[in-house]
Design a protein around this ligand. Structure first.
Ligand SMILES: Cc1ncc(COP(=O)(O)O)c(C=O)c1O
Length: 423
């Protein structure tokens, strides 16, 4: 292509000529398109291509999706407390949007810290019973910014092999010795801790593993940490606000409140479902992260409307655990009826209820048939879960009514019989 025609194309781009933009393809770009198309075809052939359904309503237990006006029942959001479209929360968020504006166009240390950011950090610390909290744009960022900031080559991190991708990536970025222990396997963890001569030893685990709905053996991990002078880090994204008697998370569930050294969690699931993440723990750690943690130092501050969601949710959870109890009783209702019907539900006592099916195509066909009955669930298959362990991951919310849960169970039974998963 001549320089002249490139310039003409750029002019087309600037004046919004999409068709001309799409036509432009250098040799290198054509090569990239070809490489990626081949890989996309293989993903499709394997039956693991993830397509996105387009929701046209707010996030709720009842939603509408593009192409239909019919309400469908949603059983696949991380909206554990049902707060994602809570009117009080939306109203408060609007008030902060009006008072504080759309955003700050700045990172925290330049001019991105408002009084509301400090208030939210304090409330989160109070909720977890910790000294201080640092906010991030997401928990992915909190995980990406932790290990590299605090660990050196003299240190070691011991990570459960099934930890969330963001923990794995965060650990990849740090220079500490990286050790993986078998999933929830305390004997393997102990053997590695015993053999280690690292200066700082940090055990890293998800509190709840989101694909299986199973729980880290936290009481025993804390015990091992004490025995081998190690620190404990827990990612509480699938626990904060709703797991444990008052929603304080896995450490409350495991009866070791206050004994975990570092907690990372998200505002993007139970706590209003907007976005944002945080680290909570000892004051010196939080202070140090404000100086050294790269996603905090080099990324924009949380927008006021999002901070408003977090603040209102914290006010609700600091005064009542009613929603926590509701999601727990809804979970029990679903798990026991499904097990009685003959389904295998993985995990323990948690609103993540993976209905185990095995085959990827079966999981995808099952989800489609559920949707045709007005129930929105998603099939998970390789590489998100191991080969041959495809499943439908049902997630229960405090906002589901008992009638809605019973409707989902009835649809599961009907489809399960049609597809010969149960008798
Ligand atoms: C265990 C776990 N950690 C971290 C994250 C990332 O959280 P966020 O959406 O706030 O980036 C997720 C979200 O899927 C998660 O499930």
């Amino acid at each position: 292509m001549t320089i002249f025609s490139k310039v003409m194309l750029l002019r087309g781009v600037c004046s919004g000529s999409d068709a001309r933009l799409r036509q432009y393809s250098s040799a290198a770009q054509s090569q990239l398109r070809e490489l990626l198309s081949d890989q996309l075809s293989s993903i499709k052939e394997a039956g693991t291509f993830k397509s996105e359904r387009i929701i046209t309503s707010s996030q709720s237990t009842q939603i509408t999706v593009q192409g239909s006006d019919q309400k469908i029942l949603n059983f696949c959001a991380n909206n554990y407390l049902g707060l994602a479209n809570d009117p009080q929360i939306v109203k408060y968020s609007q008030q902060l949007l009006e008072k504080y504006g759309a955003g700050l166009s700045s990172v925290r240390f330049i001019c991105g810290t408002q009084d509301i950011h400090k208030q939210l950090e304090q409330k989160l610390a109070r909720f977890h019973g910790r000294e201080d909290t640092i906010l991030y744009a997401s928990c992915f960022d909190a995980n990406a910014g932790l290990f590299e900031a605090i660990l050196t080559p003299e240190d070691a991190v011991f990570s459960d092999e099934l930890n969330h991708a963001s923990i794995i990536d965060g650990i990849r970025l740090c220079k500490a010795r990286k050790q993986r222990y078998k999933h929830r396997n305390l004997a393997d963890l102990e053997q590695q801790l015993r053999a280690s001569d690292a200066r700082v030893k940090l055990i890293a685990t998800d509190g709840v593993f989101s694909m299986d709905g199973n729980i880290a053996p936290l009481a025993r991990i804390v015990e091992l940490a004490k025995k081998y002078n190690a620190l404990v880090f827990v990612d509480e994204c699938h626990a904060t606000g709703f797991f444990g008697a008052t929603g304080r998370g896995t450490e409350e569930y495991a009866n070791v409140m206050g004994e975990v050294d570092i907690i990372n969690s998200t505002l993007g699931k139970a706590l209003g479902g907007a976005s944002g993440g945080y680290t909570t723990g000892p004051a010196e750690l939080i202070s140090f992260l404000r100086q050294k943690s790269r996603p905090y130092l080099f990324s924009n501050t949380l927008p006021p409307a999002v901070v408003g969601v977090g603040l209102k949710v914290m006010d609700m959870l600091l005064t009542s655990s009613e929603l926590t109890q509701r999601v727990q009783s809804n979970t029990l209702r679903f798990r026991s009826a499904m097990t009685k019907a003959g389904f295998v539900i993985a995990g323990e006592e948690h609103p993540i209820c993976p209905v185990m099916l095995g085959d990827a195509r079966l999981a995808s066909a099952f989800a489609d048939q559920m949707l045709s009955r007005g129930i929105y669930v998603v099939g998970f298959s390789y590489p998100v879960v191991p080969q041959g362990k495809a499943r439908i991951r049902v997630q229960i919310s405090a906002a589901h009514t008992e009638a809605e849960i019973d409707r989902a169970i009835a649809a599961f039974v009907e489809v399960g019989r049609t597809l010969k998963v149960i008798k």
